[in-house]
Structure formats: C-alpha cells, structure tokens
Write a protein of this length. Structure first.
Length: 241
C-alpha cells in the first residue's frame, strides 16, 4: 500500500499525523509480538527509560520471566527464522566496556534489547532537537542495543541518520548520498574479535511508494523483520485512510 503524505493537504490537517503515528507504533509492536519475535521477548509502546528518555517502540528480553508466546489454546507458537539483507555499510565503532556498578529496579526483570524510533516533526525542527534525537540513538548503539529509525515526516527536510553519523564522527560516506528527507534506517552494533562495528541498512522512502521490511537487531540475539509495509497497510485500513 503506497505511503501517504500525512503532513500536507489534502490529508493534513483533516487527518492528524499524531493519530497515525500512535496507531502505527501500536501495530508494529503487535506484529512483532504475534508473528516475529522469538520466545521470551516482548515489544511495548512508549516506554520511558530513566527520568525522561522515551522510546517509541521497544523490544524487551523477558528471559527472566520465562514467558513464551502462545495461541488461544495455550500452545507455544513457533517463530520462523529470518536472514536480513546485505548491509549498506559496516562502520567502525567504539563500545565502552561495562566495568562499573549498575543499580537496577528489579520489577519485571526486563532488559532493553532493541528500539524503533518513529520520527515526529518535533525531532527535526531545530538544531537542538536534532542533536537530542541523535544523542539518544547514539546511546542505544553504544550500549549494544539494536535500533531502527522510520522517518516519514515530509514537513521538515532534516535527515536524522545524517545527524547521527555526524555525532558519531563519521564522514560523508556514512550518510545518504543525496538529500533524503524521508527514509528508514537500521543499525546492528557488533563486536567482532577485537573490533567494534555498526552494521547499517539505509533505505530512502517516497510518497506513493511501498515501504520496506527492515532488520531489527536484538542485543545478544537474532536479527528479526520489522515489517513496515504490512503494519502501515493495517493502519491505513483500520484508520480509513
């Protein structure tokens, strides 16, 4: 189903982009939980980390709770394996060693292993918000957390992947080769031998075009499908768009 422009007439302001974003991240989380994630993982929406940092959609490792997905009859559901496409880039990186004392709240026993950020206009509208967004994404990657960014905001032209690459001190070869205001990107931090790297997938998007399936890397686990087209089509149908 082709991507619509949710930020200009005739769709906007009659149909608000905030509603579409809310439906979409809920649909992404539901799809991951129902058909994609291995047992002992759970996707949830709008999780707050610490005092104020918010993840649009996060994937959590539930190994400690020994939860296993099941159907209505209580039978465990098999989850198919999936091989991601070839990477666009493999970047050198430096991941800090965890030689420190950490204090955790034990309620739920959950560990963040992946995050999906669906970009809003406020993330792109001025330099300080772009830096804040890039810093949040960099903190996920430095902690080894898989990340995907989905940006369909047509009312702002900034590219937050490029902002992230500048923050990580990568040159222009790590950015989109041309002006790309809407796109999907995915990142898989990895330690290979003595080298730290970030696998990167970059896909430009276009209004009127179909959406891709992107990789979503789970820290310490598999890389699974992030089905943007399937979930977006479901949102359009349910929202009467």
């Amino acid at each position: 189903m082709p991507l619509l422009d949710h930020f200009h007439a005739p769709l906007y302001p009659a149909r608000r982009w905030e509603s579409m974003h809310a439906f979409w991240i809920a649909e992404i989380a539901a799809r991951l939980n129902q058909a994609v994630l291995p047992p002992c993982y759970l996707a949830e929406c709008q999780i707050h980390i610490g005092g104020r940092v918010e993840v649009d959609m996060a994937t959590l490792d539930l190994q400690s709770s020994q939860a296993v997905p099941s159907n209505e009859a209580g039978v465990a559901v098999a989850v198919e394996t999936w091989a991601p496409p070839a990477t666009t880039l493999v970047l050198p990186a430096v991941f800090p060693d965890d030689i420190e004392v950490r204090v955790f709240a034990l309620e739920g026993g959950q560990e963040l292993v992946a995050a999906v950020e669906v970009v809003g206009p406020g993330n792109k509208d001025r330099p300080e918000t772009r830096r804040d967004f890039a810093a949040k994404c960099a903190s996920y990657l430095q902690a080894g957390i898989g990340l995907a960014i989905v940006d369909v905001v047509t009312s702002r032209l900034a590219n937050l992947h490029d902002e992230l690459m500048r923050l990580l001190d990568h040159d222009a070869s790590a950015r989109f080769p041309a002006a790309t205001p809407i796109y999907a990107s995915a990142y898989r931090p990895a330690r290979r031998g003595t080298s730290d790297q970030i696998d990167v997938w970059l896909t430009p998007l276009g209004v009127g075009e179909s959406l891709p399936t992107m990789p979503l890397a789970l820290r310490g686990g598999a890389t699974v499908r992030l089905e943007l087209e399937t979930t977006y089509a479901a949102v359009r149908e349910r929202s009467r768009l």
